[in-house]
Unconditional design. Structure first.
Length: 307
């Protein structure tokens, strides 16, 4: 039975490549596209003549090389959502290991949440565990908690990510979440009552703040309708937090204000030129370093706490 033409072509190309490698033949170099500005770069050139980006080692080149491994579109929203669920499963496993029991709502043990990096006022102020401002953005207490946050994130996140671009979106998300927990910690100090909290709500409120900033800077009935809907969402969220105990409204407020201020300062569009794209990539890299460093510190602290 003859092979389909497309499969036969792929097999012939694969055999040709393998044969060339075994015979020591070098593949001819071809011109490439610059990963930052998109200009055509000669086969023998190591840097783009238009923007100066290295074709072999640069943030832009690395991101271009990893593009095939990243979900498209809205990669940051999907990766954050996946990380939230992965950590929730890890917390559930740790809870079962510690208690040999799991509730119907998948509630996570407070001890596990503390070890995993929950925001804790005393640990922050007395223990200087700064990573507790970052890690709890990705932690959740039960199935209802992560379900509601995921619902809002996948509803709001893609639109904001398309508007600002994935790099700046990542930066805004992390900064809003961190400043939300900074505000929450400050509120605990003012009240004189140490507290503990987790969840992506502060970062998500930052996304709502960004949309409020955008809609307040643009006129017309459409943006007025968007602004009205967002304000209703904000009122409902704070009302639930006021009447339902255990919700960190201070983090919600801090994230909302942070997102709104970021939205007022940043241009409400994707980076338009080489300089803006480079700046956006650096902001994303800074946010990524902070997140990875925080998780590394959490893992180190967790390993010490169980030995």
């Amino acid at each position: 039975m003859p092979l389909p033409p497309q499969l036969r072509w792929k097999l012939d190309r694969w055999k040709s490549r393998v044969g060339g490698i075994l015979r020591g033949e070098e593949r001819p170099k071809r011109p490439r596209l610059c990963p930052l500005c998109g200009q055509l770069v000669g086969a023998e050139q190591n840097r783009c003549a238009a923007c100066g980006t290295s074709m072999t080692f640069s943030l832009a080149a690395a991101s271009r090389g990893l593009a095939g491994l990243v979900p498209q579109p809205h990669p940051v929203t999907k990766i954050v959502t996946g990380l939230n669920f992965f950590l929730f499963l890890v917390c559930m496993a740790a809870t079962y290991s510690a208690t040999e029991h799991l509730s119907m709502m998948g509630s996570i043990s407070n001890q596990v949440l503390y070890r995993m990096g929950a925001r804790n006022t005393l640990a922050l102020l007395l223990g200087h565990q700064w990573w507790r401002l970052v890690v709890p953005i990705f932690l959740h207490a039960n199935l209802l908690h992560i379900g509601l946050n995921t619902w809002v994130l996948v509803d709001i996140g893609p639109a904001v990510e398309e508007l600002y671009g994935s790099a700046r979106y990542l930066f805004f998300y992390v900064v809003s979440g961190v400043l939300g927990y900074v505000f929450s910690t400050g509120w605990d100090v003012v009240r004189g009552v140490p507290g503990e909290s987790i969840g992506a709500s502060g970062a998500i409120m930052g996304l709502i703040g960004l949309q409020l900033a955008v809609s307040s800077q643009r006129g017309g009935p459409y943006f007025q309708m968007i602004r009205t809907q967002l304000i209703k969402w904000v009122v409902i969220i704070f009302a639930i937090g006021f009447f339902w105990g255990g919700i960190d409204n201070a983090a919600h407020l801090g994230g909302l204000v942070a997102g709104y201020l970021l939205g007022r300062m940043a241009a409400d569009r994707e980076p338009a030129d080489m300089v803006e794209r480079r700046r956006a990539n650096l902001l994303a890299l800074a946010a990524l370093v902070v997140v990875v460093g925080s998780f590394a510190a959490m893992i180190l602290h967790y390993s010490k706490s169980i030995t």
